[in-house]
Design a binder for this molecule. Structure first.
Ligand code: ATP
Ligand code: NCN
Length: 221
């Protein structure tokens, strides 16, 4: 069984890693593959693919439960997940558990051929915010048909189910980190080592990722 967290990872942060490892614990999988997209379908990305890959490799270097999965960089863009899953299935028959945050789940019906996602994988949903779990009606109706009430089902079946995990909340996003780093870069907002801005980036970034960002002057406004 292969667990995959797809993302833009611009930059990767401890929210991605913490939530994914807790979700993996919950479903009884040891390792999580971090899969950077080539071009996110609904986002513009200001940082090069090679920087995003390097930052993922640095995260994997820190924790042997994390493995980079770079298949989307070899596929045409944009990175539509259903196409990626098909490509993965051509390479290996492994059962795939595709991890997404609850915010991604809420928008799932906007994804390319979204109703076919479960032909190729189980979806594992990580909690993302404080609010009550409240997907829009179309997604809720779809969940009613596919949610696995017993976790063992994803070990017994090759695809077709959604697991709603109970992962702890990691209240951070790449957007917040980018904003903080861009703000800290301007003279009038320049952070001191004790400022909340710098503290937030230090708190949520892996140390070697923070060093990499600083060395390559990423996210400066
Ligand atoms: N703090 C978090 N807790 C749980 N899931 C998360 C968290 N951050 C990101 N994810 C999930 O990880 C996947 C990849 O996220 P992504 O790389 O877009 O990060 P992001 O922080 O949401 O980025 P951005 O702020 O740029 O939109 C998505 O499915 C997203 O929902
Ligand atoms: O397939 C799609 O249409 C689709 C639309 C939005 C996001 N995704 C995938 O979802 C994952 C998280 O995306 P994002 O934009 O939150 O970084 C990443 O692997 C994207 O390729 C996929």
């Amino acid at each position: 069984m292969k667990a995959i967290l797809g993302g833009t990872f611009n930059p990767p942060h401890k929210g991605h890693i913490g939530a994914a490892l807790k979700a993996a614990d919950e479903i009884g999988i040891d390792r999580v593959h971090l899969m950077p997209c080539k071009l996110a379908p609904h986002k513009s990305v200001g940082v090069s693919e090679s920087h995003r890959v390097k930052m993922i490799e640095l995260c994997a270097h820190n924790n042997d439960r994390l493995i980079p999965e770079l298949i989307e960089l070899t596929l045409p863009s944009p990175s539509y997940t259903v196409k990626t899953l098909r490509a993965l299935k051509e390479k290996s028959d492994d059962t795939i558990c595709f991890f997404i945050g609850a915010d991604s789940l809420y928008n799932l019906d906007k994804w390319y051929e979204w109703e076919h996602l479960l032909d190729y994988c189980h979806l594992v949903v990580m909690r993302r915010d404080d609010e009550k779990f409240s997907p829009p009606p179309a997604i809720q109706a779809w969940l009613d048909c596919h949610v696995a009430n017993d976790i063992n089902v994803i070990h017994a079946k090759p695809a077709g189910h959604v697991v709603l995990t109970n992962t702890p909340l990691f209240s951070v996003s790449s957007t917040e980190i980018r904003d903080v780093l861009a703000g800290a870069a301007t003279p009038e907002k320049a952070g001191t080592p004790n400022s909340p801005n710098v503290a937030l980036a230090s708190l949520w970034l892996e140390e070697n990722v923070r060093e990499y960002i600083s060395e390559h002057q990423l996210y400066k406004s």
